[in-house]
Structure formats: structure tokens, C-alpha cells
Write a protein that binds this ligand. Structure first.
Ligand SMILES: Nc1ncnc2c1ncn2[C@@H]1O[C@H](COP(=O)(O)OP(=O)(O)OP(=O)(O)O)[C@@H](O)[C@H]1O
Length: 348
């Protein structure tokens, strides 16, 4: 039977365990004081964000987690998933899963990294978020399917992308994508129809329509590409650095996340009329065009060429940087995937 901490806990079995859900301290002694029986007692832990998505999945998650023998750590505030994942890894759990959207997935991965356990534990994903883009890229279709995949899905090792002010300091981490520019601001107001028709480009189109004036990002991007260094300088509307996700050209939006490479798409500022013309849009979906640059690189340097730092979205979590070095840790994370997952979707 699984044990559940936090708001899910039954009153008669909670006791210290309920207090456990509030443990966000990094101080080991303090943690042990609050968790007198040694913390996590299960080798499989599910870190669950109950407010992800539409928030009506608690019963289903609880039942399936219980059946599969998970200890559930339910977050009560943003950021707690980091501490819970770290706690689980420190306590020796060998399967740690994130139930939430991309933001929760990101927090759990950061917690495992903080425990130095990214390569030690198996990481699972249960999609209870809004977009669940990362889960989709792994071929995980629903909450129920996720538990089937956790039980007997193929286990692959995928890359984890890191980013920071310099190459040595990986302050940030992302599994899916790092995005700067219009998409972050426009994602809320983009209509589903436009998303269906234009994919990622819909965000750019919406952004340009919605914002009367968008300050394009003056950037210098330098990629350490296999065979040749590639540099790009200009005013960007959007930059997407994908690990498991790519800007959809023809085909799927899942990127190869086992190759140690980042798939980068830079969309340069252009007159909105150009962007909105059907012909221009179609051109954008093809290979590199005048306004769209694509790079494939193990490491990337992005410099903002103005005084204001720029907001970068790491799997949906925003942080501001003036200068960012992005790299990968190749195939560091073991993760069970769904049947439709394709390790090399573009057949490179
Ligand atoms: N109990 C909580 N109360 C409030 N916020 C929380 C709680 N637990 C986690 N959060 C925050 O909720 C945010 C959103 O979570 P998440 O990205 O997982 O879901 P989503 O936005 O619905 O899905 P997606 O990113 O896939 O569209 C995260 O920034 C996380 O820190």
C-alpha cells in the first residue's frame, strides 16, 4: 500500500507525514527532526502537483499510485517539487516520478540533480498538466497510460540540457525546451485552432498580433556545431532551444533527445505582413529560410545585446539572463517511454 503525504493523507495515518509535506529545508538535521522515521519509506515516489492542469485528477492519481505502490508527495506550493524529489533521491528511492505539467517535471528533475542523482534513479512522468508537451514527446498519452508505461514501458536514457551564466555553472536545467521571445508572452492567448494549423508558429503569429509593439531581442548566438562553428547575430522574435522538443517543421515536434545535441530555431524579426502571408508561413515550415535559422549543436552561447536581461522559459519556468551558456549531459537520465516514442524522429 502506498503512503501519501500532504493534503492527500488520511487524517488517521498522517501525523508526522503531513508535516513531511511541508519540509522544504535543505538542512538534513531539520529534515530528520520533522521526519523522525527517516523520511521517504518507499523505493518509488510520486511527486504530485495537485493544481496542475485543471486540477481534477487527484482521485485518479491517488488510486493508480496506490495500486502501483508509490509514496505520493503532494506539493502545497510552487517549488516544493524540487525539495521533494531531492528528499526522495537522498532517501534512496530508485523510481521518482513527476505528476504535473512541464513545470513540475522540471522541478522534479532539478531536485534529482540537487541530490546528484540524475543518473542514479529512474524518472517517470504522469501528465496532469495543461500542455504536457514533454510527456507527449515521450509518447505518454494519459494518466492511466503513464502508469502502464511506468510498469513496463521501454526504458531509454535521454539527454538533460543545462544552462547558466558560464559553461561550468549549470544554474538551470531543462528536459523539453528553453524559449525566449514572443512565445512565452503569447502562449496564453493563442487559439487552439491556430495552434492546430500552425503549431509553434501560432504563438509567434498571435504574439505579433496581440502586442502592439514587440521589442525584438537583440541577440548574438554562437553554436559549437559539429564540423563548424556557427554564429548568428540579429533581432530575434523567438529563439527555441530544444532538447526533447523542436520547432515543428514538417513532421513531428519531438526532437531526438538521445543525441547530445540541442535543436535550435531562431526566428528573426520580419514585417508582420510577411509572417501572416500563407506563402511565408509555408516557407517557415520548411528548412532554413531567410528569416529562420536552424542549428544543431552540443553547446550554445546566447548573449543579449542590450542592457536589460531577457526572460528565458526553461520548461515553462521563467528566469532572466543577460548571457547564457547552454549544453547537454548526454543520455544521463533513465526514463520509461510510451510505444509511440521514436528515438530518432527525423531519421538523422
Ligand atoms: N500546490 C501548489 N500550489 C500552487 N502552485 C503550485 C503547487 N504545486 C506546484 N505549483 C506550481 O505550479 C506551476 C505549474 O505547474 P505545471 O507546469 O506542472 O502545470 P501546468 O502549467 O498546468 O502544465 P504545463 O506546463 O504542461 O502546461 C509550477 O510553476 C509549480 O511550481
Amino acid at each position: 500500500m502506498s503512503e501519501t503525504w500532504g493534503a492527500l493523507a488520511d487524517p488517521d495515518t498522517s501525523g508526522d507525514a503531513v508535516r513531511g509535506a511541508h519540509v522544504v529545508t535543505d538542512d538534513r538535521a531539520e529534515r530528520e527532526r520533522l521526519l523522525p522515521d527517516g523520511g521517504v519509506r518507499s523505493d518509488r515516489v510520486l511527486v504530485y502537483n495537485p493544481v496542475s492542469g485543471n486540477g481534477d485528477h487527484r482521485e485518479e492519481v491517488r488510486e493508480l499510485a496506490d495500486r502501483a505502490g508509490f509514496t505520493v508527495l503532494e506539493t502545497q506550493a510552487g517549488g516544493e517539487a524540487v525539495a521533494f524529489a531531492r528528499l526522495a533521491a537522498d532517501a534512496g528511492a530508485d523510481l521518482v516520478a513527476a505528476a504535473g505539467g512541464d513545470g513540475t517535471v522540471n522541478e522534479v528533475a532539478r531536485g534529482l540533480d540537487a541530490a546528484d542523482a540524475l543518473s542514479e534513479v529512474t524518472f517517470g512522468v504522469v501528465p496532469t498538466g495543461t500542455g504536457n508537451n514533454f510527456a507527449g514527446n515521450l509518447g505518454i498519452e494519459s494518466i492511466e497510460h503513464a502508469f502502464e508505461v511506468l510498469a513496463d514501458g521501454e526504458r531509454r536514457r535521454i539527454d538533460v540540457a543545462t544552462a547558466g551564466r558560464d559553461a561550468k555553472r549549470g544554474d538551470e536545467l531543462f528536459l523539453n525546451s528553453c524559449i525566449a521571445g514572443l512565445t512565452a508572452e503569447a502562449s496564453a492567448s493563442t487559439s487552439p485552432e491556430l495552434k492546430d494549423r500552425l503549431g509553434m508558429l501560432a504563438y509567434v503569429v498571435t504574439g505579433l498580433r496581440t502586442l502592439r509593439e514587440f521589442d525584438a531581442l537583440p541577440l548574438a548566438v554562437e553554436a559549437d556545431c559539429p564540423g563548424a562553428d556557427k554564429a548568428w547575430t540579429g533581432d530575434a522574435v523567438m529563439v527555441l532551444v530544444g532538447n526533447a522538443r523542436r520547432f515543428p517543421a514538417e513532421g513531428r515536434s519531438q526532437a531526438n533527445c538521445e543525441d547530445g545535441l540541442l535543436e535550435v530555431t531562431i526566428i528573426e524579426r520580419m514585417p508582420p505582413a510577411d509572417l501572416l502571408q500563407e506563402a511565408a508561413i509555408h516557407r517557415l515550415f520548411g528548412d532554413e529560410t531567410e528569416h529562420v535559422t536552424r542549428l544543431l549543436a552540443p553547446e550554445l552561447q546566447v548573449d543579449v545585446r542590450r542592457d536589460d536581461p531577457v526572460g528565458f522559459s526553461f520548461d515553462g519556468e521563467i528566469a532572466e539572463y543577460q548571457s547564457l551558456t547552454i549544453g547537454t549531459r548526454e543520455r544521463v537520465l533513465e526514463i520509461p517511454v510510451g510505444e509511440s516514442y521514436e528515438p530518432n524522429p527525423e531519421g538523422r
